[in-house]
Design a protein around this ligand. Structure first.
Ligand code: IPE
Ligand code: IPE
Ligand code: MG
Length: 243
């Protein structure tokens, strides 16, 4: 829990860029461009609100299925945004982490990610995680693969393969699970985001398109979260006794 019982970790599926642009008679990529500006605003706003972890879904393992020109634009936009923003993020005390299968990208992206993570690793104002070529099923499968390797090497015993051993091998190792999940753009689905990690997360769906998302919309999501009772399997009576 952060200030005033707010969420410590917020995870966001930033959806609706394409529709935002098409409604204005603009190409879909104009929506992605505007979406980056909203990311900048949200990083600042979450920092101000005492949120410690912000995890953003920027590109899914399924998004490669889009037209080649859009995929190329998105990858270039990711690279240039990372290049242009890293210094400001660092100055703002942001600790950046990229999750997802980076094998699909070239050495330029891998080096950029490595340097950005290294540079900001000392920061602790806001832990910003960007999911790129990420899929929840991929994450679970790669954790299983690591467990297999550790079992074969004798570093791990079969009876020790439990939830914490699994969590420690997910790409989100060391992070608390999200408290609040926000999806913009009107769809009520997870779309292969953090499948394991969202087990007990409060879900919030809004029709607002990502390029229109702002501080007021964030506060609406936070108010909705504040009104929920998180029972984690217990009864409501138990939860109120514990308060
Ligand atoms: C989200 O917006 C951004 C990415 C998935 C990269 P979309 O591009 O999915 O926008 P819509 O859903 O088509 O409006
Ligand atoms: C989810 O949005 C992925 C990201 C926001 C990166 P999509 O637009 O790809 O999701 P679907 O295809 O509508 O489920
Ligand atoms: Mg979409």
């Amino acid at each position: 829990m952060s200030e005033a019982g707010g969420p410590r970790h917020v995870a966001v599926v930033m959806d609706g860029n394409g529709r935002w642009a098409r409604r204005r008679g603009m190409p879909r990529i104009a929506g992605h461009r505007r979406g980056v500006e909203v990311v900048r605003e949200m990083v600042r706003a979450c920092g101000h609100r005492g949120i410690s972890y912000l995890t953003l879904f920027a590109f899914s393992s399924e998004n490669w299925r889009r037209p080649r020109t859009e995929v190329e634009f998105l990858v270039e936009l990711l690279i240039s945004t990372l290049e242009n923003e890293i210094r400001k993020l660092h100055e703002g005390g942001v600790n950046l982490r990229i999750i997802g299968d980076l094998e699909r990208f070239g050495s330029r992206v891998k080096l950029l990610v490595k340097n950005a993570q290294q540079l900001t690793s000392v920061n602790n104002k806001l832990n910003l995680t960007i999911a790129i070529n990420y899929g929840g099923r991929w994450d679970i499968a790669q954790a299983a693969q690591r467990i297999g390797v550790d079992l074969a090497a004798g570093r791990l015993a079969a009876e020790d393969v439990d939830e914490s051993a699994f969590g420690a091998r997910l790409s989100t190792a060391g992070m608390p699970d999200p408290d609040l999940f926000i999806r913009t753009g009107g769809e009520s689905r997870i779309s292969n985001f953090l499948l394991w990690q969202l087990a007990y997360t409060e879900l919030y769906f809004t029709d607002v398109l990502w390029p229109d998302f702002d501080e007021a919309e964030l506060d609406a999501a936070l108010r909705s979260y504040a009104g929920r009772e998180r029972r984690f399997g217990q009864t409501g009576e138990q939860v109120s006794m514990g308060r």
